[in-house]
Structure formats: structure tokens, C-alpha cells
Design a protein around this ligand. Sequence first.
Ligand code: SF4
Length: 228
Amino acid sequence: MSAEDLPAKAQQVYDLLLEHYGNNPLVPRREPMHELISTILSHRTTEANEARAYRQLRERFGDWEAVRDAPVAELATAIAPSNFAEAKVPKIKAVLAQISAERGAAEIGFLADLPVEEGMGWLMRLPGVGPKTAALVLLFCFAKPILPVDTHVHRVSQRLGFFGPKVNPTQAHPILWKLLPHDAQWLYNYHINQLRHGQQICVWGRPRCERCPLTAICDYYQSSQAAP
Ligand code: SF4
């Protein structure tokens, strides 16, 4: 398939996954600083433990300024349910320090007024914040048209044939940005339904292709059928 055909293929993927998993209305699920800090806490951590770490952090310190200025050991204890807590503490403190220095407070509501590329650029200048976290905050909190490429979106998109095996999730962001529609609700459905697909059917290891609605347009499936 040539590169010009990929936008039409993306629409087919969207339609088939929408039929299979349903529509997901884009409603902001939590306030922007919550989303940003929770995304850092979620790295290699279950949803339940991420939520516990966040709750403990807020209960212990109250506001973001107190978190920013907290002793490292106390902060590590508060977020202990999150894996690699010691490594996440300096990251969280540095992010809060930079936001406070630039904005006068740990508050990022101003991103609502920025075009999506500017918002991505601003967030990605924060220490340790990459395209996935930046895109999550902008799409989920501000309904900006950008697709977060997490591990599931990356794996499913790669198997379908949107990019080659050497493209990592960071490199996948600009590739998908060029070929997907810049429509927040469309991208939200695409993200949520590919995430579900990656968790339930196109899983890590051996994908469950026998249950998949995408076999007719999937490069991985088609080449596995052609193999002797
Ligand atoms: S056909 Fe198989 S490899 Fe392709 S998207 Fe479906 S589950 Fe994944």
C-alpha cells in the first residue's frame, strides 16, 4: 500500500473499531495538573496503584507548591504505590518548579488558548515530558486534536502497517499526525479504541487475530497468511 492510501486505511480502522468497541464521547476526565502528574505516576504502574499514589500525594501535601518544596524522602513515601517512585520524585519536583517559574504558579490552564503545536512544544520543554504525556494532557483535558501514542496504539498501528518495525513511539507521533484527521473527537475514539484493541485482542506476544475485525486490512495478518 502506498503512503497516499494510508489516510483512507486509517478511516477504515476507525470505522471498524468504532463498530466493535463503540463511541467514546470526549469529556475532560480530570483537571490538567492532575492529568500531567498522574501520567508521570502511571509509568510502569497499574491504574489502581497510580490512583493510590496520586491520592496519597494530595492528602499528604495539599497543594502543588508543597509538593514542589517537599523533602525528597517524604515525597517518595507518599507516591510509593507507584513503581520507580524514587526516580519519579525528582521528575515531579522539576516539572512543578519549571511550571511555577514560568507561570507564577503550578497551573497550566493557559494551554486551552494555545494552538496544538505550541502547546505540545511548551509541554515537551518540561523536564522528562515526552510527546505521549504532552498529547494526553492536550487531548484529554483541552480537547486539542492530537493523538497520544502509547504502547498499545504503537503496537496496533505498527502491525496494521502505518509505519515500519524500527519506528519507536516518539517517532510515530509526527508520522500519525500527518495522516490522521485533526479532529479531537475522532482522535479520542481512535486512541481509546486502539488501546482497548491492544489490551484485549492485538495483545503483546501472540495477537488474537482470530477475534479481530481488522484482518482484511492488517499487514501483519496478511503476511502471516502468505507465509509458507
Ligand atoms: S489482525 Fe491480528 S495483528 Fe492485525 S490488528 Fe488484528 S489482532 Fe492485531
